[in-house]
Write a protein that binds this ligand. Structure first.
Ligand code: NAP
Length: 251
C-alpha cells in the first residue's frame, strides 16, 4: 500500500503493449529510465521480456511484466486492470503491439485478413476502452497508438496491414475529438522503416534500395520512436495528431 501511494504521487503509470521486443522494448527502457512506473506487456517472448527487466534492474530501475494476448478481450482488459489494481490508475497507454505480413492481395486468406485486423486494430479497441474508463474518471490520460507509414500511403503487398494501420489513424482522430473535453489525449505515431525483427525478412540489398528512397538515407532506430513517446508524455497540448517519423520517406 505504501508503494502504491508513493508511486501515485510521483509517477505516471504507463502500460506498453508489445514491450518485449523491438520498438516496444525501447519505449519501456526509455520510460523506466525516466523513473515512470512502467508495465511491460508481452505475449510470446517471455525470455525477451525478462531480458528487458534484468537490463533495467542492473541500472537500478524496476518494471512490471504482464503476459497478455491483447487481441483477446479478456486478456487485454486484465492487462489494464493489473495497472489500475496495483497502482490505483493508468495515466498512459501505449498501444504498440502489432504484427505484419507480406502477401499479394490475391493470396490473402480470410483468416490472414481477420487476424491482421484483430492483432493490430481490434486489440487497440480492447485495451483503450478499458483504460479510458479510468482516465475519464481521473480527468486525465494519454493514449499513444502505433500506426505506420503504410497506414498513410498504403504499402504494396501489405493491404491488410495498411488497412489496419489506416484504421488506427481514424480511431485516433475520432477518439481525440470525443475525449478532449475529458482531458484525455489520443495521438498516433507513424514510423517509416525501423530496424527491428519486423523487417528481418529484408535482405541487405533490399535495405540499401529502401535507404536510397529515404531523403535522410538511413533506416530509423527504435530510439527515434521511443523519444517521441517520451515527448508526447511530457507534452499536454498535442491530441489527434499523427506524428510521422520516417526520415522524409513520406512528406
Ligand atoms: P516486432 O519487433 O516484431 O515486435 C512486436 C511486438 O509486438 C513484440 O513485443 C510482440 O510480443 C508484440 N505483440 C504482437 N502481437 C501481440 C499480441 N497479440 N499481444 C501482445 N503483444 C503482441 O515489431 P516492431 O517493429 O517493434 O513493431 C512495433 C509496432 O510498430 C507494431 O505495431 C508495428 O506495426 C509498428 N511499426 C513498425 C515499423 C518497423 O519498421 N519496425 C514500422 C511502422 C510501424 P511477443 O513477441 O511477446 O508476442
Amino acid at each position: 500500500m505504501e508503494e502504491k501511494l508513493e508511486k501515485n504521487t510521483v509517477n505516471k503509470v504507463i502500460v506498453v503493449t508489445g514491450g518485449s521486443r523491438g520498438i516496444g522494448a525501447e519505449i519501456v527502457k526509455t520510460l523506466a529510465r525516466e523513473s515512470y512506473t512502467v508495465i511491460l506487456n508481452y505475449n510470446k517472448s517471455e525470455a525477451c521480456a525478462k531480458n528487458v527487466e534484468s537490463e533495467l534492474k542492473k541500472e537500478g530501475h524496476t518494471v512490471d511484466i504482464f503476459k497478455a494476448d491483447v487481441s483477446k478481450k479478456e486478456e487485454a482488459q486484465a492487462l489494464v486492470q493489473f495497472a489500475i489494481e496495483k497502482y490505483g490508475r493508468i495515466d498512459v497507454l501505449v498501444n504498440n503491439a502489432g504484427i505484419s505480413q507480406t502477401k499479394l492481395f490475391t493470396d490473402i486468406t480470410e483468416e490472414d485478413w481477420q487476424n491482421m485486423l484483430k492483432q493490430n486494430l481490434t486489440s487497440v479497441f480492447y485495451t483503450t476502452q478499458e483504460a479510458v474508463k479510468n482516465m475519464i474518471h481521473n480527468k486525465q490520460g494519454l493514449i499513444i497508438n502505433m500506426s505506420s507509414i503504410w497506414g498513410q500511403t498504403g504499402g504494396s503487398m501489405e493491404v491488410h496491414y495498411s488497412t489496419a494501420k489506416a484504421g488506427i489513424i481514424g480511431f485516433t482522430k475520432a477518439l481525440a475529438k470525443e475525449l478532449g473535453p475529458s482531458n484525455v489525449r489520443v495521438d498516433a505515431i507513424a514510423p517509416g522503416i525501423i530496424d527491428t525483427d519486423m523487417n528481418s525478412e529484408y535482405s541487405d540489398e533490399e535495405k540499401e534500395a529502401i535507404k536510397e528512397e529515404i531523403p535522410l538515407g538511413k533506416i530509423g532506430t527504435t530510439n527515434n520512436i521511443a523519444k517521441c513517446v517520451k515527448w508526447l508524455i511530457e507534452d499536454d497540448y498535442t491530441t489527434g495528431e499523427v506524428i510521422s517519423i520516417n526520415g522524409g520517406w513520406n512528406m
